[in-house]
Each structure stands twice: as C-alpha cells, then as structure tokens.
Design a protein around this ligand. Structure first.
Ligand code: DP6
Length: 338
C-alpha cells in the first residue's frame, strides 16, 4: 500500500467591485475585474493523496458527508486540468471540504471551494510560484476563484494600465490609501434559496448581448475609476462606482435573451433605505450585489458603530429570518500545518 500524505488549505470567498460577467476562450474574462478578499467566509479543504498508476478521485465529502453532485463537478474539473498538471496523473485523491458560512447564502462558495482545492494542488505539485499557479488553476474551476488566493484586493484580467495584469491569473492591487486598510462587508441575506440562473448560464448570455461592447468599455472605465479612488482614499467616487457595477450587472441580466430578474422586492427596499441613510447622515455606506438578491454592504470599519446600528434596526428586518453575516478584508488562501 503506497504511503498516504495529506495537505489542508483554507481559502476565503471574495466580493467583486468590478464584476466579471462574460467569458471568452478558455475561461478568460471579457473584462478585467477587481475584488476584495474576505476573511471569515472560508472553505477548508483537506486532500489525502497517494501515488497510483492513474488519476482517481476516490471520494468527495462536503461538510463530512459524501456529496455525489459536488464529486461529479470536482472530478470533471480535475480531469480537465490533468494535461497541465501531470503530477495528478499518478495520484489518487480523497477530498473533504467544509465552509464557515451557509451554502447558498449569497456568498460565492464556488470561489472559496475552487481556490482551496487549487491551492492544495499547487502544493501537491510543488509549483514554483505557488500563488500564481493556484490562481491560474482556481480560475479553470470558477473564474472568480482566481481572485481568492491573495488579498486584500485582487485584480483579474488584462488591463493596459496595470503592467503585470493577466487573463490567466489574478494579481494583488496594493496601491491603496489608508482609508481602505480595513473594510467591512456585511451581507444582507434577503433570500437564501438556490439561484434561478447559474453564473455559468449568466456568463453565456453575454455572447450575443446587444450591449456587450459598451459593457466591456464601461467595466474598463469603472476599473480605472475604482483603482484611482482606492489610491486616493476617495470613498464617494469608489462607492458610486461599485454601485454602478452592481446595477449594471443586473441591467445586463434583465436585458439578456432570455431575461433574468434576480432582485427581490426587499432588495429594492433596502437600496432605497441605504440611499436615504447616506443622504441623511453622510456616512460612507455603499452596496454591491452579485447574481442574486442578497446585498453586500461595503464600508470602512472606522465608521462601523453608526452603520452597524442602522443595519440592525433598518436593514436586518428585510432579511430572511433577520439574517446578516459580517466579514472584512482578508489576506487570501493559506496552508494549515496539521
Ligand atoms: C456575478 O466565477 O461564479 O459573481 O467562472 O462560471 O464559475 P464561473 O463564474 P463565477 O462568476 C462570478 C460572477 C459574479 C461577479 C464576480 O464575482 O466578478
């Protein structure tokens, strides 16, 4: 019996400020995106592995239970990367993952899951530049996962202003003002039911979208505005731009063929209250939304006292069972020595 080794990795989810929406080629984005890596919303992944004549995924457990659906997706993913990861061709793996946050809570669980698996594989193959390699492998599982390997801010996709940017893997954006040192993300769980449009199906709707070219231009412009605002510490410019990105993502979905309306009535109620609160108090509270009804509230931690009490009294009642999750920016995936 060959000797079994194991590796454990923890990787967080991330929340996009400029949205990746639409693919080209081999899992490359049609526009660059930038996101904040989270700290507490994490997938922990343990891979037990031994040498073998062929690649095999012997078992996949999610939250300590065999999960045939996830096993199928991960097996397809691992098989698809065998040619670029020759080490895996002679390894038999058993994978266990668990999340610190509820599944389908409007947090990108595929980002943290694929980032953790990819980071573990980069360790197993003892890659030269492990973070870059892990980001590339994560991208092949789920595009947004490429942005979860490092933190606190990562940029994925080629953009002319940033010389080492790439469609292959994410890089960190470190040129930020101290106003962006510690940033909160409080997630309003408006609805926790499974999404009616998967993000893969959503990306595909961009192929023939009538506004595709102007969306690509807008995403590039918004990226430049956000990079400059984060560099100068300008929360007003930053906030207006992330809100424009979130609403554009939904506008693109609503004007796709077939259309998708993923915002719930409570989402719109909450957006109204956020705008009013901002107008009344001048507090830097802004929102972003992914492909679902839940809202990510983005604000500097230095303003948390006033903003958190507003969230509790005015916004939490709009959530399913009053549920919210509070997180902040983090540093990315890490290997756990156990
Ligand atoms: C709206 O990364 O989930 O969250 O590459 O098909 O796995 P796949 O898509 P995925 O898309 C994320 C879309 C988004 C915006 C974003 O995170 O940038």
């Amino acid at each position: 019996m060959p000797k079994t080794k194991h590796i454990t990795v923890e990787a967080p989810s991330n929340i996009a400020f400029v949205k990746y929406w639409g693919k080209k080629g081999h899992q490359h984005p049609i526009n660059p995106s930038i996101s904040m890596t989270l700290k507490n919303c994490v997938t922990s992944c343990r891979i037990d592995y031994h040498e073998s004549d062929n690649f095999s995924l012997n078992s996949y457990q999610f939250e300590n239970k065999e999960n045939p659906d996830f096993k199928d997706r991960i097996e397809k993913y691992l098989t698809s990367i065998l040619d670029i990861c020759p080490t895996l061709k002679t390894r038999a793996l058993s994978i266990k993952t668990k999340n610190t946050f509820p599944h389908s809570a409007g947090i990108a669980s595929s980002a943290s899951a694929f980032a953790s698996i990819a980071m573990a594989i980069a360790e197993i193959e003892n890659a030269n530049n492990k973070t870059q390699r892990a980001s590339q492998l994560a991208r092949l599982g789920s595009g947004s996962a490429a942005r979860s390997i490092e933190g606190p801010y990562t940029l994925w996709g080629l953009t002319h202003n940033i010389h080492n940017s790439s469609d292959e893997h994410a890089i960190t954006y470190n040129d930020t003002h101290k106003n962006f040192n510690t940033v909160n993300d409080t997630i309003l769980l408006i609805d926790t039911a499974q999404k009616s449009v998967s993000s893969s199906a959503g990306h595909a709707l961009m192929h023939a979208h009538p506004f595709k070219e102007s969306r690509i231009q807008q995403a590039n412009d918004n990226l430049n505005t956000i990079l400059k605002a984060m560099n100068e510490g300008d929360w007003e410019k930053f906030g207006a731009t992330i809100e424009n990105e979130a609403l554009t993502l939904h506008a693109m979905m609503m004007t796709s063929n077939p259309p998708a309306i993923l915002l719930a009535p409570q989402t719109l109620d909450a957006l109204d209250k956020i705008r009013q609160f901002r107008q009344d108090t001048k507090q830097p509270l802004y929102f972003t939304i992914d492909a679902g009804p839940n809202i990510h509230l983005i604000y500097p931690q230095t303003h948390a006292a006033k903003i958190d009490s507003f969230i509790k009294t005015d916004l939490a009642p709009l959530c399913k069972n009053g549920q919210t999750i509070t997180d902040e920016n983090g540093t990315g995936a890490k290997v756990i020595n156990d």
